[in-house]
Design a protein around this ligand. Structure first.
Ligand SMILES: [Zn+2]
Length: 212
């Protein structure tokens, strides 16, 4: 099984990307990959070289052939490309990062520092724990917009929808947002799920400019 691709991001000829499954391990070129120590916050790190770049949850790059890697197992991986200016970003948005609006902050950083226009951005929201499985307490639910919370005996949060909302509110056109709608907890044979397995398996999602 190859990493899962977004048909929307596939339309950009210079773009490489994928959302890893439990079968892919570290599938990017290790000597051309930038990583972070993910801490569930909203810190965005712009990188120009491979390697470890300290604490943070979103990577941004304008350099060709540099993979930006995010590791998840239930949290939301969001991959963003500026189709006009050849810039890429990879976001790790767990519930805390989503509540801290890290995806919106990443778009804002692309606009502020790199001169991107939201209408040129394409974004893919990858496999994550979906509403069916993300049961939370009232305290966690209170951090999310009402339309992303399904109420009941216990609330369920739609993290993917919350990130789509952040992209929309940042000015990314809805037709340029691809939400893959795959649940990491339901699809036992495909994905790692931290909540289901209580294990350390993580999936690698990554994006890069130029040939892989
Ligand atoms: Zn599910």
């Amino acid at each position: 099984m190859s990493p899962i691709r977004s048909s929307l991001l596939d339309k950009v000829p210079w773009l490489q990307h994928g959302f890893g499954t439990r079968y892919n391990g570290a599938w990017t070129a290790p000597d051309r990959t930038a990583r972070l120590h993910q801490v569930h916050a909203a810190t965005i790190v712009t990188v120009t070289v491979p390697g470890h770049h300290g604490d943070g949850d979103a990577l941004l790059a304008t350099s060709p052939e540099l993979w930006l890697e995010i590791r998840t197992a239930d949290c939301v991986p969001v991959l963003i490309a500026d189709s006009r200016q050849k810039r890429v970003a990879a976001v790790h948005a767990g519930w805390r990062g989503t509540a801290a609006r890290i995806t919106a902050a990443t778009v804002a950083e692309m606009v502020r520092t790199h001169g991107s226009r939201p209408e040129d951005l394409l974004a893919a929201v990858g496999p994550c724990i979906a509403t069916c499985c993300f049961e939370v307490g009232e305290e966690v639910a209170s951090h999310f917009p009402a339309h992303t919370v399904r109420s009941g005996e216990r609330p369920h949060v739609d993290l993917a929808a919350a990130n789509v909302e952040q992209l929309k509110k940042s000015g990314v056109p809805l037709e340029q947002i691809d939400s893959l709608c795959r649940c990491t907890m339901c699809e036992v044979d495909v994905f790692h799920s931290f909540r289901r397995d209580k294990a350390l398996g993580r999936m690698v999602s990554a994006i890069a400019i130029g040939p892989a």
